[in-house]
Design a protein around this ligand. Structure first.
Ligand code: MG
Length: 254
């Protein structure tokens, strides 16, 4: 009788969906907010303050759904919903700057529990780490070298400055694959948000969803996650066996 391989069902389902024979992970494309940093509470509070001030009705929780979009894209979404048109591009930049100021006034964000372990396992497994964030928030990006020393090389980072289309468009992850010199079947994506999961899956990567906020696991599954973990520590604990299983499982494509 065959020995049980952890995550075999999820891996085979993913391989069939994308018409791959195997996934051999050489690079991990890793989101920042809500994945490496426990920052989403602050982002949603800053967004809610900004958008409410503009007289646009909104709820704080809805901003969890927009996570991964560029700031300007989120502003346009809300302007279109309320006023029926985009915001002037210069005004959008001013508003996003104000949002980053509101964010900076909030208590300092901390690294996500479990994320250091997760990135160390990837490094020790010889897997390249690429940062893929829709953020342009330098107050957080500039802390990566201190909080995650030796994990993210300077030339292996995609931020809002490097992309035309933010998540859920696949461009951020496709650019990250090009930076790392890998194909979609040589990647894993680590994401906490539905739009980020959608982006990673559309880019063709084995996309791992980790719920780190109020989002239900089913939302990440529906967005295209190959597998979902209930917390970052749970993902870090399972990561060695998941990597081993990815190297073990392959299928024939007709
Ligand atoms: Mg995120």
């Amino acid at each position: 009788m065959n020995q049980h391989i952890p995550f075999e069902t999820e891996i085979i389902r993913f391989l069939k969906r994308h018409h791959y024979t195997s996934v051999i992970p050489k690079a991990a494309l890793i989101d920042m907010d809500g994945t490496l940093y426990d920052s989403m509470k602050n982002h949603t509070a800053a967004w809610h303050r900004l958008i409410s001030e503009l007289g646009i009705p909104c709820t704080r929780d809805e901003f969890y759904l927009y996570e991964g979009r560029t700031g300007v894209s989120t502003i346009n979404l809300l302007f279109n919903r309320h006023f029926g048109h985009d915001v002037d591009p210069e005004e959008a930049k001013r508003l996003y700057k104000r949002k980053t100021e509101y964010f900076a006034e909030l208590p300092r964000v901390e690294p996500m529990p479990g994320a250091r372990e997760m990135t160390s396992i990837l490094r020790d497994s010889g897997i390249k780490r690429v940062l893929v964030t829709g953020s342009g928030q330098s107050s957080v990006i500039s802390r990566l070298d201190t909080d995650y020393p030796g994990i993210f090389e300077q030339d292996l980072r995609i931020t809002s400055r490097n992309v035309t289309h933010g998540k859920p468009h696949p461009e951020p992850f496709i650019k990250a694959m090009q930076l790392a010199g890998v194909s979609p079947s040589q990647c894993i994506v680590v994401e906490n948000a539905p739009l980020g999961v959608e982006s990673g899956n559309r880019a063709g990567a084995f996309t791992i969803g980790v719920t780190t906020g109020p989002m239900a696991a089913s939302v990440l599954e529906e967005a295209g996650a190959a597998v979902v973990f209930p917390s970052m520590p749970a993902f870090a604990e399972a990561l060695p066996s998941l990597l081993l299983s990815l190297l073990t499982v392959s299928i024939q494509q007709s």
